[in-house]
Design a protein around this ligand. Structure first.
Ligand code: PMP
Length: 297
């Protein structure tokens, strides 16, 4: 079904939405993006996502031609025009139209696109029985090459890892950094649980600092569960009691096997299930309202 998309100042049918073949987002992956969710007619952590979009843009010296408040307003308006109460939002800001060289000085105006649609990253069953994961041979790009904190349009590194997962019949791929420390999955952050405590790799190791990750750290601490951000190896993961991944698209997904080893008893664990429940409560109450509050259920 066709949706309403925002493209450079106009709301158009997503079937008709186009950008130039000279757009450097298309030619070179020169740009930044976000993934945001709407739950029950409210946009979850809109401010945090927009702040990350502007931080990503700042590092790549991409001047977004609107203040963050205007971007927030445009995002809400695009959702409103789609009428979807539960949806996924994809704001993209690329360097814009240039010539066939890479020089960004040839791109006078960034392209701004906002897409709203449904998303299902993994099969529904995988959330019930748990996801299968493998470790990719492709390592995360190091922070001095292309910092993974920047949510850029260059996802080929992650896509290579995801293809490895597909080749192995797994749902997801875990990625390590060049030193062999656990980083994150191809498009999600990773957590493990040991003796009732929760652990997740620290941002400096070379991960995207996920908004869902931050929400889960917050929820865990509110529940009185110890949550640690640190440096972990595959050994820590293979010997964990539980494992789960987090992301806006993925939400919270239990991981029950890694590289052919069962994690814990091979079933979604109690701490994971508790956090999933608390996350559901959070999305039921939080967020920026899109529609008339009276009509939101
Ligand atoms: N890591 C990567 C590489 C991602 O692309 C994403 C977002 N899909 C995440 C982690 C999770 O971030 P968030 O919770 O903000 O969606």
């Amino acid at each position: 079904m066709s949706q309403v998309a925002y493209v450079n100042g106009a709301f158009v049918s997503s079937d008709q939405a186009t950008v130039s073949v000279y757009d450097h987002g298309f030619l070179y992956g020169d740009g930044v993006f976000e993934g945001i969710r709407v739950y029950h007619g409210r946009v979850l952590r809109l401010r945090e996502h927009v702040a990350r979009l502007y931080e990503s843009a700042r590092t790549i010296m991409l001047q977004i031609p609107a203040p963050p408040e205007e971007m927030e307003r445009l995002i809400v308006e695009t959702v409103r025009r789609n009428g979807l109460r539960d949806a996924y939002i994809r704001p993209v800001v690329s360097r814009g139209r240039g010539d066939l060289g890479i020089d960004p000085r040839k791109c006078p105006a960034p392209t701004i696109v906002i897409i709203v649609d449904k998303i299902q990253l993994y099969p529904e069953e995988a959330y019930r029985v748990g996801l299968k994961m493998i470790t990719a041979t492709h390592r995360k790009a190091s922070a001095d090459a292309l910092n993974p904190r920047v949510k850029s349009l260059n996802y080929l590194n992650q896509i290579m890892a995801r293809m490895e997962a597909n080749l192995h019949g797994a749902n997801e791929a875990l990625m390590l950094n060049a030193q062999g420390y656990v980083c994150e999955c191809s498009a999600d952050n990773i957590f493990h649980v040991k003796n009732g405590e929760v652990f997740t790799p620290a941002p400096h190791l070379g991960i995207l600092r996920g908004v869902t990750r931050d929400a889960v750290i917050e929820i865990g601490r509110d529940l009185g569960v110890a949550v640690h951000e640190g440096t972990y190896t595959l050994h820590d993961l293979y010997t964990a009691d539980e494992m789960f991944l987090t992301g806006t698209g993925a939400e919270l997904g239990p991981v029950v096997t890694l590289d052919g080893r069962s994690i814990g008893d091979g079933k979604p664990g109690p701490v994971t299930n508790r956090l999933i429940g608390a996350f559901r409560d959070l999305v039921a109450h939080e967020g920026t309202p899109v529609f008339d509050e009276a009509s939101v259920r």
